[in-house]
Design a protein around this ligand. Sequence first.
Ligand SMILES: Cc1cc2nc3c(=O)[nH]c(=O)nc-3n(C[C@H](O)[C@H](O)[C@H](O)COP(=O)(O)OP(=O)(O)OC[C@H]3O[C@@H](n4cnc5c(N)ncnc54)[C@H](O)[C@@H]3O)c2cc1C
Length: 500
Amino acid sequence: MASTPAPDTATRHVRVAVIGSGFGGLGAGVRLRRAGITDFVILERAASVGGTWRDNTYPGCACDVPSHLYSFSFAPNPRWPRSFSGQPQIRAYLEHVTDTFGLRPHLRFNTEVSAARWDADTARWQLATTAGDWTADAVVAATGPLSEPRIPAVKGLDTFPGRVFHSSRWDHDYDLTGKRVALVGTGASAIQIVPAIQPQVRRLTVFQRTPAWVLPRADREISAAEHWLHRTLPTAATLRRAVLFGLREMQVDAFVHHPRLLGAVQVLARYHLRRAIADPELRARLTPDYRIGCKRILLSNTYYPALAAPNTELVAAGLAEVRGSTLVAADGTETEADALVFSTGFHVTDLPAAERITGAAGRTLAEQWGGTMEALRGTTVHGFPNLFLVIGPNTALGNSSMILMIESQLNYIVDALTRLGALGATALNARADAQRRWNDRVQRRMRSTVWTTGGCTSWYLDANGRNTTVWPGTPSRFRRETRRLTLAEYDLIPRPTAAS
Ligand SMILES: Cc1cc2nc3c(=O)[nH]c(=O)nc-3n(C[C@H](O)[C@H](O)[C@H](O)COP(=O)(O)OP(=O)(O)OC[C@H]3O[C@@H](n4cnc5c(N)ncnc54)[C@H](O)[C@@H]3O)c2cc1C
């Protein structure tokens, strides 16, 4: 069992402090150990590993990238039950990875990092946590891009007498059977929740600000023969992964350079909608007015049928006000509800973790960014020596597995940490000019993408209207860009005599 430390007054030192134990933090642990770096801890605020896949337990929760691609390349799982496996299986996979790669001794649960501050005198990070203080030569922040639920400030929300919760913090103590349930949002989580709860509730009201483009989902059970093949001939699983990877690589050109090519996919999405929804008025409310791909494309065979069910009502407007148990939409529609579920996404471009990390100039990441995140190669930030962000700015993907990007970043981070020793330096500080050049290049490439030209607003854009989340290229290009550290992009910080 991993230890859950009692608050400790003595400050402990490690070479690397990893924050978070989702795919990013666990992957970092595996890669550090493989590189011979064993002096590290993984600080996790919750009581178990899993990140996204521990926190999101809503009915119907599953990945929307095929499991054989949405998993670590170094830990293939020949037992995925479905092509798009569910949350319990993905969570179990991460527990399995934790055991298989010997990560338990490194884990510190119930340990929330409340502050991380670079101390120039010792050239170390000082971390304050809910279970004592740590110092570290380097910090890998794998706190997750989708880990802090966002509930909009709706007027009168505190007057609602029933249950209110966010989809990523599902209230399993509350039985929805026979209840009038209102769901706010129609994004990736909502379209999984709607068909899962519609048969159970008395009435389901879905508040939709903007419709999503939805494509069929090629989900099926993985057969016993396939399981056998993957177990006995691992190359077959590798090949399957390569095909899934290659197909998605080929799609990127349309997203990034030629959004018009996505028109053909849009035709398919329209057909999918027409086949599922007979009522032309409902179909009109479900038809987006922006190009497919601009917002995340959703996959479902069951969402539209559930919306067409007699006990479901789609309100084509956002939730504007709550008056006791009456929910008032922006178009004036009024609905009575017993429970209110927000499926309204996460703090993505305003990461709470950025407010807790203070760099060499005494400013937090959030202060330095001023609403627009920037990093060098999505990973390091000028003025924050030896801080490595997993899924940092412009590393998210619109159409493929985030694990590909995480693994690329881990190549880069491990290269940085192993080379530091050889260079006789203690820390690396991203050069401001290198960071500027990288972000100029990223934003130049962003101009032609569907995320910029597609005619929508999305959670990919920050408060300043800039897309600081998505990588405008193929995952393999990012892999090349992060294969090794380019030393010229960094200033080296020597080991201070006081700390040696
Ligand atoms: C419902 C859902 C479905 C998704 N499906 C897909 C998919 O199909 N394909 C895909 O590519 N991506 C998907 N994603 C995106 C997914 O978030 C990433 O793929 C990946 O799981 C992120 O891993 P992570 O380790 O970076 O972050 P997380 O999994 O979010 O882990 C972050 C961890 O950091 C911890 N933490 C945060 N702050 C602190 C702190 N201050 N101190 C200590 N610990 C802290 C959290 O508790 C958490 O355990 C999905 C996301 C959601 C929400």
